[in-house]
Design a protein around this ligand. Structure first.
Ligand code: GAL
Length: 691
């Protein structure tokens, strides 16, 4: 079962490719480049030079302009004013700052809205958004789409050959616009027709024989009322797929428009919020790479210990890195919190050191570009009270600003040590993939079966365990080459085609190791339960049957026992019946099925399939099962406590501490410490060079 020589070689090959990609945009020896948002239109022009000089003096290498400036760029229909932007770019260049330009589509000007109110999003209950905020125009409105392209083309003609402009960001934090306007309805019907071709195929997929739902033509179909009780599940699922499709095609259209006029030296990206149910992330076909935005302290996450909420939940950056990198090997972080924000439930001060910790964390994942929102703290507007790199006086560095400056200084130090080394073999050997499809999350959310279920939390139980092992993790899709990974976790992958089941089977037979969790393979690719025993098409793969599943009440959790340890659970439990050589690893200890199997291990030719039928409350069962699998496979793993993260990139090891106490790490022999000490304080970082 130990096939690691080949797998290790494959892992090393894939990392080498990643390290060498796109040297033109971001040379490898630069490691990462740091920039800050600046809004020239917010400030008196006499201050631009002072501000951008300060930015450059602090070590920032680029700035970011024109994100929400459509009204300033096109003050009247067809009348463009690029003078102010020309001058702002000149000031940036004078201060040796490169520029990212944005397409401003998140903020249509008032004349556009008043002349064409249909561009505004119509909500489910029929009311429309209005001018005065942002992101209120619909990606499904055809006039808005086409008019936006005119403005983008003008921008591209003006700056597409400008050497001072390094790249373009499309829109801002593109999301799914759920619009009930006329164009959205028309386009939804067209999208359905292209997907199903015939109304009979749609009726079959949507199961419309149920409750007399049958359609006789595509024109009878409306945008589904998601709040109407009992609304067709497949119609709702298709509608959310359609909205995501509108987003990615709008981005692609923007990119194609830009490309008609810009030099290949300028890249195109956008800045997504890491939302794990968004299918549009990574679905575009035209972007050079994607970036994400991250805010860590805004009242929602407890972190570890009493003041952990000021450091943030450690998986938030970790998982965003591991999710974005496989989708876009060259990726960046376009917004990273500089200090207090204004929009959270409780906008606390981050703990001193936390901003620098996040910077190191995005770097550790492989990011090539890091930008902060924003350089100057705003004195007016919706985001009053939001921190910047400098405060409301426009000149004094904030605590976050000083931490950025420290990180930039440290990055310069690191650049001097760069000589392209591979991560240690032990790290690569435990590389693990998580097979993930956002469609499953949306579908499960619509039909949860128990309020005790949370798909992202389920996933996180496996993810946290893998991070405690010090494993590099990639989130992968069903089209990925599975053979690059010695172990693949498949958590709650509800919808599976026969071909995916075959692909997983071949992977295991050829030496791969799968860990499947409950709720996997229950439905076919249409989202229908199989006309067979529950999840029957995966029985051969898992080496056993699922007799039934149970969903206990939260006030009466059950217990699973493995090797003398007990684990509490209360959301989903598959009651398993192993067959043949399949081993029972864990058992239900109470409830009316006490003694039945909860976890199985199926040796399958050269590989293995572990099936974890129950989801534990604390994630401790998941961790114990994964540990047992790695031990069985003789893959050496670490045992880091929650909140300690260790990653390698470009020949550097980086350890980060999100805990409420210091942590002393053992380093591989012959490591050379570059930044920090082996005893890492709360919010501290240690960086070393591997030999
Ligand atoms: C982000 C957004 C920025 C800014 C920021 C404030 O989500 O992309 O434009 O609003 O929040 O923290």
């Amino acid at each position: 079962m130990n096939h690691f020589t080949t797998l290790l070689t494959l892992c090393m090959m894939s990392l080498t490719t990643i390290a060498q990609e796109n040297p033109v945009y971001f040379p490898a020896h630069q490691l990462t480049t740091v920039g800050a948002y600046y809004y020239p239109e917010h400030w008196d022009e006499s201050q631009w030079d002072r501000d951008l000089k300060k930015m450059a003096d602090m070590g920032f290498e680029f700035t970011h302009f024109a994100e929400f400036a459509w009204a300033q760029l096109e003050p009247e229909e067809g009348v463009y004013d690029f003078g102010w932007l020309d001058r702002a770019i000149a000031v940036a260049a004078r201060n040796k700052l490169k520029v990212i330009l944005c397409t401003s589509t998140a903020t249509p000007p008032v004349w556009l809205v008043r002349n064409h109110p249909d561009i505004l999003i119509t909500r489910e209950e029929g009311t429309r958004y209005d001018h005065g905020s942002r992101q209120h125009a619909s990606f499904s409105n055809e006039y808005y789409r086409s008019y936006a392209m005119k403005m983008i083309a003008e921008l591209a003609k003006r700056y597409g050959e400008d050497e001072r402009v390094m790249g373009w960001q499309l829109d801002n934090e593109p999301h799914s616009t759920v619009d009930y306007g006329d164009d959205a309805l028309k386009r939804f019907r067209i999208w359905l027709k292209e997907k199903y071709h015939t109304i009979e195929a749609l009726n079959h997929a949507w199961g419309t024989n149920f409750w007399s739902g049958t359609y006789s033509s595509f024109d009878q179909i409306n945008l589904p009322q998601h709040r109407q009780w009992g609304m067709n599940l497949y119609q709702r699922l298709d509608h959310s797929r359609f909205c995501d499709h509108e987003t990615s095609t709008f981005l692609d259209e923007q990119a194609r428009t830009l490309r008609q006029h810009i030099s290949p030296r300028q890249w195109i990206t956008t800045n997504f919020i890491p939302m794990y149910d968004a299918r549009f992330i990574g679905a575009d076909k035209e972007l050079d790479f994607i970036t994400y935005t991250r805010y860590m302290v805004y009242g929602e996450h407890k972190g570890i210990g009493e003041e952990g909420y000021r450091v943030g939940e450690y998986t938030r950056i970790a998982m965003a890195n591991d999710y974005f990198r496989p989708l876009s090997p060259l990726y960046g972080v376009m917004e990273l919190q500089p200090g207090q924000v204004n929009w959270g439930t409780v906008n606390s001060q981050p703990l001193p050191g936390a901003v620098r910790l996040w910077l190191w964390h995005v770097f550790a994942g492989g990011s090539r570009l890091t930008c902060t929102y924003r350089f100057r703290a705003p004195t007016y507007g919706f985001e009053q009270y939001h921190y910047g790199i400098v405060g409301t006086d426009g000149v004094t560095s904030t605590s976050g600003g000083r931490e950025y400056q420290q990180f930039i200084d440290e990055m310069n130090q690191l650049r001097a040590h760069y000589d392209q080394q591979q991560p240690p073999a032990a790290y690569l050997n435990r590389k693990t993939a998580i097979l993930y499809d956002p469609d499953n999350s949306v579908a499960i959310e619509q039909n949860k079966q128990t309020h005790n279920w949370n798909t992202e939390e389920h996933l996180l139980k496996y993810y946290r365990a893998l991070k405690s092992f010090g494993a590099p993790v990639d989130f992968i899709r069903d089209s990925t080459d599975f053979t690059r990974y010695p172990v693949i976790v498949v958590p709650a992958y509800q919808q599976m085609s026969h071909s995916l089941i075959r692909k997983l089977t071949q992977y295991a037979e050829n030496g791969g190791n799968l860990i499947l969790s409950c709720r996997t393979g229950h439905q076919n690719e249409l989202g229908h339960l199989w006309e067979a025993a529950h999840a029957e098409p995966i029985y051969e793969l898992i080496g056993g049957e699922i007799a039934f599943y149970d969903l206990p009440q939260s006030f009466a959790p059950g217990t699973v026992e493995m090797e003398g340890y007990k684990y509490r659970w209360n959301s989903w439990g598959d009651i398993l019946q192993p067959s043949g050589t399949t081993e029972s690893w864990a058992f239900y200890r109470d409830l009316f099925y006490a003694g039945k199997t909860a976890v199985t291990f199926h040796p399958l030719q050269n590989g293995s399939v572990t099936y974890v039928g129950a989801e534990s409350l604390e994630g401790d069962l998941e961790q114990a099962v994964l540990r047992k699998v790695y031990n069985r496979l003789e893959i050496p793993i670490e045992n880091y406590p929650p909140g300690i993260l260790v990653e390698y990139r470009d020949g550097f090891g980086i350890a980060m501490n999100y805990r409420d106490s210091s942590y002393t790490i053992e380093l591989p022999a012959e490591s050379e410490i570059i930044i920090g000490n082996k005893e890492i304080p709360t919010a501290g970082v240690l960086v070393w060079k591997t030999k």
